[in-house]
Write a protein that binds this ligand. Structure first.
Ligand code: MGD
Ligand code: MGD
Ligand code: SF4
Ligand code: MO
Length: 706
């Protein structure tokens, strides 16, 4: 039952486009979606946003808890039965194998309230250190680099509208034209000035925005961005384009960085990245022109084993140019999930407590414990990052019970065959979701939860701006909110501390818990957030009016200086390009969101992109006897993916692209490995060596050697 129009934001990505939900005029639909004027999306939405309300009425929704019966089938049961079973299994596992035998896997799509409560539930009600979340797959390298350089990590340290006056924007490994379509409105001025620089091994829809004088597309070999950035920094310094006054006044470490880039002369960079020297020089000079220059990174450069160092190199370049915290530009990373920013601030990360506090910091523990009404010593220490957590499923001294909130790990984690095997070894897998995702289908207990339009809450968008999610409609009977589920389980486990079921009071508690932390929300409240004319950028300490622009007066390190951290690149030896061996990069399509658990259930989106297609250059395809639309196999070791090919001139001949939105035999993550960045724990989703062959044997030529 709809009460009135709800001013809310999209359920999907971090742009958090503003929308209005109103009672539907169509038969069989509950809600209509309207774009709403807001500084980020200016009334625009993408296809996913426009169709988002269809999921409210989806016949595929789960509306009752499900549990395995004696034949192993998932069947509807009462909430009492399901929650008692979960609490009983958790208690047994704790008693027999210790608190760390129970783990929680969270998600960057959860509201701040749910993310906060989940972290508290893990530490207080379960007493486990084993909590991490899918943001580890998404934001962790850029976050680690930001913390290291600035002492603080907020995706964009400035409002998105600042880009509107930029004359140069360099985007590395980001395809906003598909991943955040209304974002491209903010690139208009830079395109007009011929200053949009897009670095992507594919001529992505974003790269095409540089056509017709809009700027420049740079097409390096996948994974060579670190070298590219070291090379650009080399040129900037060699040509005297750096801002020495800024470097001396606002940073430390320049000398070491200067030395570390000295051997990356342009010709050497060209030989490693494939980017011609003249283009390298043109980019360096353009970036130094100094009329509003922004450097932005996305998953394409971050989801690598050297992702933290690559983001660091992008930050170093921005600092050398004197951009960060100046009125003349900046550096940012584009947060991905709806609450990718807030989700990493309030305690879902294995090493963090609310307010972006370190779980190893005695003062932080004392403060948070006092808000939670428990002894600091009762809080567990740091856990392990997501990939390690998944590797420990069912292992000796590993995790035996896993609670999943907001992630479809058997589609989206690296090496999904290993993840599946780990889940099968568990004694208990509990999945909270709206749909029976591929992960839910493997669970012992599935708990149906409310969707975005059915709940109150807050989300923190890619600018670090806290937004209100407002309820437009009651959930179907049988569905419960995650806050209610956590409260019921905490009660059954005899937990200390309060677990409120009301989003507003959880938010008030979160604000207190975050007080004095880096991500301080203590000056915020639902009442304050309901006033759209007063935007709420964190840090927002009590009595302040928030912080739209960070770093203007100093960085968050004790000495207020930014750190330039010298990073090293390893010389690259590309895979031998013969017998169908190519580099696989994975990523996104406009129509689907993440593991596809939601968007594959929207008929219009599924019809537009019903299956995964491997994008391949026609020249490579011809050598291998692959036709447009023909079936191909991609393999790595024992693992293989079967899908159709799509011939495209937009990709390098040595590279193929596969979206990761599909499950089963089309799942790109059958091929990715559990290789992670040593600093952030981020998996290498963007570079895997695979062998491809045509499954359409009739068209395979006799000799396939390149
Ligand atoms: N439609 C849609 N939108 C989304 C999402 C979605 O699933 N679907 N997810 C949201 C989330 S969680 C995220 S994290 C963001 C991600 O947003 P993006 O970072 O824009 O998305 P990706 O497609 O993963 O990667 C971007 C680009 O990186 C390129 N790339 C791959 N390897 C390399 C490399 O080695 N170097 C360089 N320079 N580029 C490379 C790819 O070709 C791709 O075009 O999108 C958000 N928005
Ligand atoms: N190969 C490859 N793999 C990748 C990437 C890549 O580029 N390439 N990108 C990675 C990135 S950046 C990300 S962010 C991950 C994302 O991948 P996932 O973590 O799998 O994210 P989603 O598909 O959004 O899964 C969210 C699930 O939770 C449900 N859900 C949504 N909101 C809520 C909620 O509020 N509560 C609960 N309980 N459930 C909810 C949805 O229905 C869905 O089933 O994938 C990563 N995997
Ligand atoms: S760009 Fe992102 S937030 Fe905006 S409508 Fe599309 S999915 Fe939703
Ligand atoms: Mo992401």
């Amino acid at each position: 039952m709809t009460t009135r129009d709800a001013r809310t934001h999209c359920p999907y990505c971090a742009l958090q486009c503003a929308m209005t939900l109103s009672p539907s005029v169509a038969v069989g639909a509950s809600l209509d979606v309207g774009g709403r004027e807001f500084p980020t999306n200016r009334g625009g939405l993408c296809k996913k946003g426009w169709t988002s309300a269809e999921l409210i009425d989806s016949p595929q929704r789960i509306t009752s808890p499900l549990m395995r019966d004696s034949r192993g089938e998932l069947v509807p049961v009462s909430w009492e039965e399901a929650l008692d079973a979960v609490a009983g299994a958790v208690r047994r596992s704790r008693a027999e194998h210790g608190a760390d035998s129970v783990a929680v896997f969270g998600g960057g799509g959860l509201t701040n309230e749910k993310a906060y409560q989940l972290g508290k539930f893990a530490r207080v009600a379960l007493g486990t250190s084993r909590i991490d979340y899918n943001g580890r797959f998404c934001m962790s390298s850029a976050a680690a680099a930001g913390n290291r350089a600035f002492g603080l990590d907020r995706g964009l340290p400035f409002p998105l509208e600042d880009l509107d006056s930029a004359s140069t924007i360099m985007m590395l490994g980001s395809n906003v034209a598909e991943t955040m379509p209304p974002f491209i409105g903010h690139l208009a001025a830079a395109r007009e000035a011929g200053g949009l620089i897009v670095v992507d091994p594919r001529r992505s829809p974003t790269a095409r925005l540089t056509d017709d004088g809009g700027g420049m597309h740079v097409q390096p070999t996948p994974g060579s961005d670190l070298i590219l950035l070291l090379g650009l920094t080399h040129i900037v310094i060699a040509e005297g384009l750096h801002d020495l006054e800024y470097l001396e006044r606002r940073t430390t470490g320049f000398e070491r960085v200067r030395r570390s880039v000295s051997s990356w002369w342009p010709e050497r960079v060209q030989s490693q990245t494939g980017v011609p020297v003249h283009q390298l020089r043109a980019i360096a000079r353009r970036l130094a022109q100094g009329q509003g220059t922004y450097i932005l990174t996305g998953r394409g450069v971050e989801q690598h084993a050297d992702g933290t160092d690559t983001a660091t190199a992008a930050i170093n370049l921005s600092l050398v140019l004197g951009l960060v915290g100046s009125a003349n530009g900046g550096y940012g990373t584009l947060t991905g999930q709806g609450n990718g920013q807030g989700g990493r601030e309030h305690g879902q990360k294995s090493d963090q407590l609310p307010g972006y506090r370190k779980i190893t910091d005695a003062r932080a523990r004392a403060h948070v414990a006092s808000v939670w009404g428990v002894e600091p010593a009762s809080l567990p220490g740091p856990g392990v990052p997501a990939v390690e957590l998944l590797q420990s499923l069912g292992a000796e001294n590993g995790v035996r019970c896993l609670l999943v909130h907001g992630s479809n790990v058997v589609v989206s984690a690296p090496d999904v065959a290993a993840v599946r095997a780990g889940l099968a070894r568990l004694e208990l897998l509990v999945v909270c979701d709206f749909f029976l995702s591929e992960t839910g289908a493997l669970a012992d207990v599935v708990l149906p939860v409310t969707q975005w339009a059915e709940e109150e809450g807050t989300m923190t968008n890619l600018e670090g701006r806290v937004l209100r999610r407002r309820k437009a409609i009651d959930p179907p009977a049988g569905v419960r909110s995650e806050l209610w589920i956590l409260s019921e389980l905490a009660h059954r486990l005899g937990s200390a501390g309060e677990f409120s079921t009301e989003a507003r009071s959880v938010f008030d508690e979160l604000c207190r818990a975050s007080e004095g932390g880096l991500a301080d929300y203590s000056g915020l409240s639902y009442d304050a957030l309901d006033d759209d004319s007063a935007p709420a950028y964190w840090p927002f300490p009590r009595g302040s009016s928030g912080t739209p622009r960070l770093f203007a007066d100093g960085f968050a390190h004790g000495d207020r200086l930014a750190r330039l951290v010298a990073v090293k690149a390893v010389e690259r030896h590309p895979a031998a390009q013969k017998d169908g061996v190519v580099t696989l990069i994975t990523g996104r399509l406009l129509e689907h969101y993440q593991s596809g658990a939601q968007t594959r259930r929207v008929p219009e989106l599924l019809a537009a992109k019903p299956e995964a297609r491997m994008q391949i250059h026609p020249a490579t395809a011809e050598l291998l006897g692959i036709d447009d639309g023909s079936r191909v196999q991609l393999s790595r070791g024992e693992a293989d993916v079967h899908c159709r090919a799509e011939l495209s001139l937009e990709i390098r001949p040595d590279t193929v692209f596969l979206p990761f939105h599909f499950g089963g035999e089309q799942s790109a993550n059958l091929l990715t490995e559990q290789v992670t960045d040593p600093i952030s724990g981020m998996p290498e989703f963007k570079r895997t060596t695979v062998r491809i062959r045509s499954l359409d044997t009739a068209s395979v030529p006799e000799v396939v050697h390149a």
